[in-house]
Design a binder for this molecule. Structure first.
Ligand SMILES: *Cc1c(COP(=O)(O)O)cnc(C)c1O
Length: 367
């Protein structure tokens, strides 16, 4: 059996250090906020190359808080529009609609699966306030083209970095490529906690201050509340565990990249369409390795019979979800085609060469 993602093995690599971090938190008697959170925020902000980082409860709330803060600052108001790729994970879109802003769905590029910059301008109206750049599957979106449009129309650029911790676009890290970024540390992400977690990174001091306040009941000073905030803090324990794992992120991304390069080179099957890398190799951290197959169900059955874990990211596009019935009349043929055909092959820093070779030989024999 080759699991899709062996989370247990990934974390057991750090067993002793994680136990020590747990003990440190246990013994400290300090379980919310404090030094562990401060030092992880500093480390992750430095890693991303930004001045400010604030830990939050999860990736969805990282993104939700960004829009909420822009509303508090008067940069956005209800019913303003946000450009977002139509094929993103639904959380990107939930963060927009949760704030009573309007998600404007734009088709992706069929090669990269990231937003197609050529299709953004036609969707811009007087209400458009931001572009959400999602680095889907681990590959950087076309930040140059996105920034050109954002400058022309005076829009904020918000990164959804939940699938791309550590990816570099022309030498700069995801998290520092826009005005602000949201991250998730859900266990299965490239940098994963042992539970939920998230962060916001930015160079904008004022935005940072508002988000840090909003996530703590809207209070910057205990028992005095400036905003009707929420409770969305990064747990002290998760921060301590993440501090153990962060120094290994680059090496783990590099192992993912090695596996991806091997797949790119050795998978040869005309029924299986491989992903495309458009920028330098470091621009992709391979959160998932996504191929397209016309008869997806048949391919999935085939792989399952061979005991190879595969998954689908994602079976149904956001505009096809019951939750977004207001979008059900939209026609987004590229997005719909992607959701019909994508399959993710196993990729993870703990896969062995033998496992990688087995996946290749099985895929090559599919027919
Ligand atoms: C995982 C993910 C999120 C949400 O993160 P959670 O921590 O699960 O809330 C947001 N956007 C994208 C693209 C994701 O993959």
């Amino acid at each position: 059996m080759i699991p899709f993602l062996d989370l247990k093995s990934i974390n057991l690599q750090h067993k002793e250090a994680l136990k020590q971090a747990f003990e440190r938190v246990l013994e400290s008697g300090w379980y919310i906020g404090g030094k562990e959170v401060d030092s992880f925020e500093k480390a992750f902000g430095d890693y991303c190359g930004v001045a400010y980082c604030t830990g939050v409860a999860n990736g969805l709330e990282a993104l939700t808080l960004i829009f909420r803060a822009y509303k508090e600052l008067g940069v956005m108001q209800e019913e303003d529009e946000v450009i977002v790729p139509a094929n993103t994970y639904i959380a990107s879109i939930l963060a927009i609609s949760e704030n009573n802003l309007v998600p404007v769905l734009v088709e992706p590029d069929i090669q990269t699966y990231n937003i197609d910059p050529a299709k953004i301008e036609e969707k811009i109206t007087s209400k458009t306030k931001a572009i959400m750049a999602v680095h889907l599957y681990g590959q950087c979106a076309d930040m140059e083209a996105i920034h050109m449009i954002a400058q022309k129309f005076n829009l904020k650029v918000i990164e959804d970095g939940a699938q791309a911790h550590g990816a570099l676009f022309k030498g700069k890290r995801v998290g520092s490529l826009g005005d602000v970024a949201g991250f998730s540390f859900y266990p299965g992400k490239n940098l994963g906690a042992l539970g939920d977690g998230g962060a916001v990174t930015t160079d904008d001091a004022q935005l940072f201050e508002v988000i840090s306040t909003l996530k703590n009941y809207g209070s910057a000073q205990k028992y005095y509340n400036r905003y009707k905030g929420m409770n969305s803090r990064l747990d002290t324990l998760q921060a301590a565990l993440l501090s153990v794992k962060l120094p290994f992120l680059d090496a783990q991304n590099q192992r993912r990249r090695e596996i991806a390069v091997y797949y790119q080179k050795h998978i040869k099957n005309e029924k299986v369409l491989l992903p495309t890398v458009v920028y330098e190799p470091l621009s992709h951290v391979w959160h998932v390795y996504v191929v397209r197959v016309k008869d997806r169900e048949d391919f999935i059955d085939y792989m399952k019979n061979l005991e190879i874990g595969v998954m689908v990211h994602y079976p149904l596009a956001p505009h096809q979800q019951e939750a977004y019935s207001e979008f059900s009349a939209l026609s987004l043929p590229i997005t719909e085609k992607i959701h019909r055909e994508v399959v993710s092959l196993p990729i993870s820093p703990v896969m062995t060469d033998e496992q990688v070779q087995k996946v290749v030989s099985c895929v090559n024999l599919y027919g």
